[in-house]
Design a protein around this ligand. Structure first.
Ligand code: ZN
Length: 176
């Protein structure tokens, strides 16, 4: 009699344990799914050309939305080496750090790496009879510039970016 009770108790415990585990697995799956959905909703910035025109200065609109190129050596950030962060002029996502900026002599702001690789996308560009890799903001798909493989160490890359596509914010010194 005692043994039967023991067996029943053990079986009950096993069932309880299995039930709890199944529930936990389910809720984990659900929360992963929810985070994914939220991420895609949050990061994409979709606007009509009219909305962009209202928001952006004409020369910025031309570069970001019509893939224009500012004339070399004329951009605001070409000969500019202050410490800070460069954001997308269209949607404000972080794109480059001043630590990775270097003087390439090409006439446009040059960086050897993006600050967050998930904030930029590379697109094959065969316009003007050349094969180049275009760089766009991953969130608003604004045109930023091109990436070339003749950059300095450590990446060997040169992100050649229009000043018009960028908005600079100086580094804020911490107050003691
Ligand atoms: Zn953007």
């Amino acid at each position: 009699m005692k043994t039967t009770l023991k067996i029943i108790t053990i079986l009950l415990l096993i069932f309880l344990f299995l039930g709890v585990e199944a529930k936990q697995k389910k809720s984990k799956k659900e929360s992963i799914k929810m985070t994914k959905n939220n991420e895609t909703d949050k990061t994409k910035v979709i606007k009509t050309p009219e909305e962009w025109k209202k928001q952006l200065k004409p020369f910025v609109y031309n570069v970001l939305r019509e893939k224009g190129t500012e004339r070399p050596f004329t951009g605001e950030y070409d000969k500019f080496y202050e410490s800070g962060t460069y954001f997308c002029a269209g949607c404000g996502h972080k794109l480059f750090d001043s630590d990775t900026k270097f003087n390439s002599g090409c006439g446009w702001p040059s960086f050897y790496a993006p600050s967050e690789s998930e904030n930029i996308v590379e697109i094959m560009d065969t316009s003007h009879g050349m094969t180049r890799t275009e760089i766009q903001c991953a969130h608003c798909n604004g045109h930023l510039g091109h990436v070339f493989t003749d950059g300095p160490k450590p990446t060997g890359l040169r992100y050649c970016i229009n000043s018009a596509s960028l908005r600079f914010e100086p580094k804020v010194e911490k107050e003691d």
